[in-house]
Design a protein around this ligand. Structure first.
Ligand SMILES: *[C@@H]1O[C@H](CO)[C@@H](O)[C@H](O)[C@H]1NC(C)=O
Ligand SMILES: *[C@@H]1O[C@H](CO)[C@@H](O)[C@H](O)[C@H]1NC(C)=O
Ligand SMILES: *[C@@H]1O[C@H](CO)[C@@H](O)[C@H](O)[C@H]1NC(C)=O
Length: 376
């Protein structure tokens, strides 16, 4: 009897999330079971959620029938709100003192400029070299910047000291301890920041390992800094960081091919329903809302869907392709405008719109740590 119960539980766990190919006859009732929603049947909320879900499901099914390079799926959030159209960029153009600036770079930053390398490999995937750790989940906390910085430090430390040396580094140390006096990318901790601040911080303090200072901000609490270098001796340190020349595709390609994984900023607004394929859902005629930090782990060409950038996210392995998303890599990147820069990497509430290039602004703000090494 006990065996039987366990078996049934296992089967229902395995079956829990439908693939995009299984949505044709999918129902709200099944969805409530699969995602363990706790709505009371026939309550008002149940009916509202059902309506939203059914509209979104119809949109997903019809999207997947069209000729797109990626597929959408049903997620935990599919019953939360109707898929929203983004604000049209034209409303920003009509502002009186409208000006656009290039992504800012401090004079103190080292900048990687394209060298014109012509012998780059057709595809790069740093995971194949054993220098990329398993995907993590940031939870409800806006700590993407810390997950990105920790992951890039892990990879660069491993690359510089041989592949056997992949450390899992403490995201919590960054979330709780990295200061953000100029309010870059948010108010710090679970209220957002940028990976560069973490690279600056680790230059001074280093970063300890996950097992000495584990992640606990999952439920959206930043917590005070509890880093004690005597007890939680740092394991990796770097010497500052370099920016990639912004909006320069060749520079980013060269850097990810020859140096290692890169911290990047991107518009993730349309990623909610992404399931697989090469995402091209950002529209250059709309506002490009840079709002997320992720890791560029390589690039390649899909036989069916064309050239892509390979991007590691921090929403767990349930997201996209085992936690990764592939973003369209254009042969000649187009440019758009981020009119909501305070959602992204802008500092001090600077609302000046920023010129951002590449799909979802992928070329706009990239960096990597310098001289990253393991402290023995
Ligand atoms: C979905 O339902 C239709 C008719 O209601 C049926 O013809 C079809 O075979 C079903 N598809 C699947 C995948 O079950
Ligand atoms: C899924 O959505 C429900 C509300 O619909 C929420 O309470 C729950 O926390 C969500 N689960 C995850 C894993 O996000
Ligand atoms: C996290 O906390 C902030 C501030 O309390 C709140 O505004 C935000 O909605 C929370 N995020 C989530 C996903 O719960």
């Amino acid at each position: 009897m006990i065996k039987f119960v366990i078996l049934v539980t296992l089967i229902s766990l395995i079956n829990c999330k439908p693939k995009w190919t299984q949505l044709q006859n999918y129902t709200f009732e099944q969805y409530v079971r699969d995602f363990q929603k706790e709505y009371k049947a026939d309550s008002e909320e149940y009916m509202t959620r059902k309506k939203i879900f059914e509209q979104n499901l119809a949109d997903i099914i019809s999207f997947n029938k069209e000729d797109h390079s990626y597929k959408k799926g049903v997620k935990n959030s599919t019953d939360e709100s109707y898929f929203e159209k983004k604000e049209s960029f034209s409303i920003f153009k009509n502002q009186v003192d409208f000006q656009i600036m290039d992504p800012p770079i401090k004079n103190s930053n080292q900048v990687y400029k394209a060298k014109g390398l012509t012998n780059l490999p057709d595809s790069v995937d740093w995971r194949e070299k054993g220098v990329v750790s398993p995907v993590k989940d940031q939870g409800d906390c806006l700590s993407c910047w810390a997950f990105t910085a920790a992951s890039v430090l892990e990879s660069h430390a491993a690359i510089n000291s041989g592949a056997g040396n992949l450390k899992i580094l403490s995201v919590q140390q960054l979330v709780s301890c990295v200061p953000n006096p100029d309010q870059c990318g948010g108010q710090g901790g679970c209220f957002g920041a940028v990976a560069d601040l973490a690279f600056e911080y680790t230059t001074k303090f280093g970063i300890t390992s996950e097992y000495k200072y584990g992640y606990k901000s999952y439920f959206n609490d930043t917590y005070d800094c509890k880093f004690d270098p005597q007890k939680q001796s740092p394991e990796v340190i770097n010497k500052g960081f370099a920016k990639i020349n912004p909006n320069d595709q060749q520079a980013l390609l060269e850097a990810v091919a020859t140096i290692g994984p890169i911290a990047i900023s991107i518009d993730s607004t349309g990623w909610d329903s992404y399931e697989e394929g090469v995402f091209d859902g950002c529209d250059y005629s709309e506002n490009i809302n840079i709002d997320h930090a992720v890791v560029l782990v390589g690039y390649g060409t899909d036989p069916k869907y064309g050239d892509y950038w390979l991007v590691r996210n921090s929403y767990g392995t349930e997201f996209g392709e085992d936690g990764y998303i592939r973003i369209k890599r254009e042969s000649v990147p187009q440019c758009g405008v981020d009119s909501t820069p305070t959602n992204g990497f802008a500092c001090g509430g600077d609302e000046t719109p920023i010129k951002v290039c590449g799909m979802c602004g992928i070329l706009s703000d990239s960096s990597y740590p310098l001289n990253t090494k393991i402290i023995v």
